[in-house]
Design a protein around this ligand. Structure first.
Ligand SMILES: O=C(O)CCC(=O)C(=O)O
Ligand SMILES: [Fe+2]
Length: 205
């Protein structure tokens, strides 16, 4: 996998789906790490921004855990995403300022209804990344990521299988996570610009 493939695809289509983004043993290590995280680390995910953050389990009911660079076991992933950020800036002049990401755990029955990760001109999230950790995944396990086009048509239905990375423009593609029939683990993140838009800044986490 070459980072420039990702850049080219995003430049051409606004999104890309890449397999074997990391070496299998690195993906597997992240999977094992996520699986053994004690229950108290996982928080129910909220929706909306800072003051308006609410937990609405009708919209999403996954659990998340933010990754910080202080923890050595997060460094590997954060540093490759930083390389990718530099590459995006070098090739497409996106001016991406930082990257934030969290582990996500969708237990059996969990989902995330149709949504956008950012609203045009109202967010500093530019690109969304989702990296999948489960080593085995079948159609019948559910949990597909569905990406929609601007007329509401299905563009992609993505099986969340280990090593696969999805990158898309955060304010352009409505997407959803279909009900998962098994424990589903991933790392979702956002490349951001350092802009204060209408006096609103997205929360750092
Ligand atoms: O896990 C996925 O496939 C997508 C997650 C997502 O859309 C989000 O966390 O905003
Ligand atoms: Fe999303």
């Amino acid at each position: 996998m070459v980072l420039s493939d990702i850049i080219d695809k995003v430049a051409d289509h606004g999104y890309c789906i890449i397999d074997d983004f990391l070496q299998p043993r690195r993906s597997q290590a992240l999977y094992q790490y996520a699986q053994q995280l004690p229950a108290q680390y996982w928080n129910l995910a909220g929706i909306g921004r800072q003051q308006n953050q609410t937990i609405n389990t009708m919209v999403r009911n996954d659990r998340i855990y933010w990754l910080t660079s202080e923890e050595p076991r997060h460094k590997d992933y954060l540093s490759i995403m930083d390389e990718l950020r530099h590459e995006f800036n070098r090739e497409l002049f996106l001016g991406l300022f930082d990257y934030e990401c969290h582990l996500a755990h969708y237990p059996k029955g969990a989902f995330y209804k149709k949504h956008l990760d950012a609203f045009k001109g109202r967010s500093n999230r530019v690109l969304t990344t989702v990296f999948y950790l489960n080593p085995e995944w079948q159609e019948t396990d559910g949990g597909q990521l569905v990406i929609y086009g601007d007329k509401g048509q299905v563009l992609e239905t993505v099986l969340p299988k280990q090593g696969r990375l999805v990158v898309f423009l955060s304010d352009r593609f409505v997407h959803e996570v279909q009900r998962s029939e098994r424990d589903r683990f991933s790392i979702t993140g956002w490349f951001r610009i350092n802009a204060s838009i209408s006096g609103i800044i997205d929360p750092p986490r």
